[in-house]
Design a protein around this ligand. Structure first.
Ligand SMILES: [Zn+2]
Length: 90
C-alpha cells in the first residue's frame, strides 16, 4: 500500500476507487494475519471475483476486481494454519 495507489488506484484495477481502497485494506490485513498471495494462477477462474489476497493492483488475470475475502479465504484465515506476521524488527 502506498499514498499514490490510495489516491488513484492503479491502471490495472477495473473497479471503482472505494472498492480499490477496501481491497487494499483487506489485502494488507490478510498479510498481518499471516495470509500470502495465492499460487499461480492467482485468478483461479476468469470471470469470477479475484481472491482478495491476489495481487489485484498489478494484474487481475481475467478475474473481476474484488475487495472482500472469498469464502474459502475466510475459512483458511479462521483455521489459523499460518503463523501471524513476524514482529517488526528495527
Ligand atoms: Zn500482498
Amino acid at each position: 500500500m502506498n499514498a499514490d495507489r490510495w489516491r488513484t488506484a492503479t491502471d490495472r484495477w477495473t473497479g471503482d476507487l472505494a472498492d480499490y481502497r477496501r481491497m487494499l485494506v483487506n489485502h494488507e490485513v490478510g498479510h498481518l494475519l499471516g495470509r500470502h498471495h495465492p499460487p499461480d494462477p492467482q485468478c483461479p477462474a476468469p470471470g469470477q471475483p479475484a481472491p482478495v489476497m491476489a495481487q489485484q493492483s498489478t494484474e487481475l488475470h481475467g478475474c473481476l476486481p474484488n475487495p472482500w475475502p472469498l469464502p474459502e479465504e475466510l475459512e483458511a484465515a479462521a483455521r489459523h494454519d499460518e503463523p501471524l506476521a513476524p514482529p517488526y524488527e528495527r
